[in-house]
Design a protein around this ligand. Structure first.
Ligand SMILES: [Zn+2]
Length: 583
């Protein structure tokens, strides 16, 4: 296999391969372009044909032709290998005969699933009940077509009869969770009187069904159990439709049910998928990770939805996906929202997401209320879980003013900070690394500079103080200037509309991001006010002005130099005269 891999590497030029997706520009031995793995503004993506590798200096993505195909097409290694082998004209030897037998068995099973789908779809067009239900959900014919919705009749052996007529094996049908048998050996349908959602895997193979009862009855949903084709914890509904967008944008949306997926796609959120009737499983999270780096969880706003969202956050964390949480407006799901308020509302609800930490703080506020003593007892425990000081400060500052009995919000903030510290001390082992220790460079920031950058993190001042970033001589310390130029580089002259926890990551520089974290915590500027900011600007301008003056005037050192030069000149002249005399 190693030889085959090398043969493929030799025959496929990584520049050709990458050029199919990225416009590359030659620079010396290498090529550069906009990175396809992050939102790249300046080319930070490099291909080195010499060693057959690519690397992005901003987001850190790197690899060879195999990882390139895996990552850009969401394939597993084996699949990428097969694809590249075909392109290179290399025959792969290691296909065992046994696999072929399995393949033909699988083909038989898949073909039976497709016959079942044809049957359900044809029943769907005949069923008045189905039509009525789909009308009530305002589902247009093209969506019904696109998602291949069908109907399983009520009589109990409609599908079984159809299979018998086609001479298909009812035992196989039972294996595939399409039929079941009673003690006397008679077969009957698994799905009865249900709206049928075909479930396809990420490659589009029909592996299962979900059935929703039409009218009253229990259970509301039946989903295929585990079969040779279907493993409920490895499949996500809608994946075959969502995959392309996920790969392109490296992001995904996770919703609760079949109708939610359909509604999201109709609203243009075509990266939406759902787990089918189960809590999110680790394999499902890994599946998403093959196609995307970020995922937004969008569940119902009820208690069950909130709990499920918290669980999903944990699962995504475990596989290393960056995740955010969006809650549907109370009492709505994507489907009802689409029908009552239109596609824009669905998109907005999903975009209006928060970090998992913010989500937890929000949940606590909602559950206990800021007026309860219990809330203020619970709060430090939760706040101590903040990943960055910035996350912590944001909530501290916001909540401090809302304390029901203490009017002095600085006192509240300080008390909370102390509590949080104590809580953290209790968790020292895990959190030791995050203990706050400003670096030397950071401590050289002037208080006035600290104030201005703090203003940029503050909704109240962000807009009006952003323009000072264009004054190139305003900032005095080296770090402030680095922060200034990076902010201008990334966001130009208008401030980002998102909150700092979102936009800071766009600086794509750990050290600068960390500086903002330090800034948020800096004790030299505790309370930010308009007058303090105005004073800060004035003092920085004065400093800049005096720097300018001292540059245009010869410095004392230069005066000394000039005097010395004159003296030497004089000396030379004397010497010259002396020399002439000697001659
Ligand atoms: Zn990148």
């Amino acid at each position: 296999l190693g030889d085959e891999r090398d043969a493929i590497r030799q025959r496929i030029d990584i520049v050709d391969l990458v050029s199919q997706r990225v416009r590359l520009k030659r620079s010396g031995k290498n090529y550069s372009g906009l990175c396809p793995f992050h939102d790249d503004k300046n080319p930070s993506f490099f291909v080195t044909p010499e060693i057959g590798r690519y690397q992005c200096y901003s987001c850190g993505e790197k690899g060879d032709i195999f990882t390139w195909v895996m990552k850009t097409q969401g394939l597993e290694f084996r699949e990428a290998l097969e694809q590249l082998a075909k392109q290179a004209g290399v025959t792969l030897s290691k296909f065992s005969g046994g696999e072929k037998v399995d393949r033909s068995e699988r083909e038989k099973q898949l073909s039976m699933m497709e016959s079942a789908l044809i049957f359900f779809r044809s029943e769907g067009t005949k069923s008045e009940q189905t039509k009525k239900y789909l009308d009530s959900r305002k589902l247009p014919p093209d969506a019904i077509e696109f998602w291949e919705l069908g109907f399983a009749p009520e009589n109990g052996e409609a599908l079984v009869t159809s299979f018998k007529r086609q001479g298909l094996s009812l035992a196989t049908a039972k294996e595939l969770f399409l039929s079941d048998s009673d003690s006397s050996g008679g077969y009957f349908d698994k799905f009865r009187n249900r709206l049928m959602f075909p479930i396809r895997d990420e490659k589009g193979a029909l592996v299962g069904f979900g059935g929703r009862i039409l009218g009253e009855g229990n259970p509301k949903y039946i989903n295929s159990g585990d079969t040779p084709l279907y493993n409920k914890s490895r499949i996500l509904y809608g994946m075959h439709r969502a995959k392309d967008r996920m790969i392109k944008e490296r992001k995904a949306v996770l919703v609760e049910g079949y109708m939610d997926v359909i509604a999201c796609h109709r609203a243009g959120v075509t990266e939406a998928v759902a787990s089918c009737g189960t809590a999110l499983a680790i394999e499902q999270a890994k599946l998403i990770k093959r196609f995307a780096d970020r995922v937004t969880i969008c569940y119902d706003a009820d208690n069950a939805g909130q709990k499920a969202a918290l669980r999903a956050v944990e699962v995504f964390r475990e596989v290393g996906l960056i995740c955010r949480v969006a809650m549907m407006p109370q009492g709505e799901d994507p489907d009802t929202l689409l029908n009552s308020k239109g596609p824009e509302a669905v998109r907005e609800a999903i975009e209006h997401s928060q970090s998992p930490f913010d989500f937890e703080v929000w949940l606590l506020e909602k559950r206990l209320g800021v007026d309860s003593a219990e809330f203020w007892e619970e709060l430090p425990k939760l706040l101590s879980k903040a990943e960055t000081e910035l996350d912590l400060e944001k909530h501290l500052l916001r909540l401090a003013g809302q304390h029901p009995s203490i009017q002095n919000s600085t006192a509240v903030t300080n008390a909370l900070r102390r509590e949080v510290k104590l809580q953290k001390r209790g968790q020292v082992k895990q959190r030791a690394a995050s203990v706050h220790a400003p670096k030397l460079e950071f401590s050289q920031l002037l208080p006035a500079e600290v104030a201005i950058f703090k203003a940029l993190l503050d909704e109240r001042f962000k807009r009006s103080y952003w323009r000072f970033l264009s004054e190139t001589e305003l900032f005095q310390s080296a770090l402030a200037e680095r922060l200034r130029s990076r902010l201008v580089e990334v966001f130009q002259d208008s401030p980002p509309s998102e909150n700092p926890s979102v936009w800071l990551h766009k600086l794509e520089n750990e050290e600068l991001i960390q500086s903002f974290t330090d800034l948020a915590l800096d004790v030299r500027v505790q309370v930010l006010t308009e007058s303090y900011l105005i004073e800060s600007i004035e003092s920085l301008r004065k400093q800049a002005e005096s720097n300018r003056l001292s540059r245009s005037r010869p410095s004392t050192g230069e005066v000394e130099d000039a005097d010395l030069a004159k003296y030497l000149e004089k000396l030379r002249r004397h010497k010259g005269i002396d020399a002439e005399r000697e001659d």
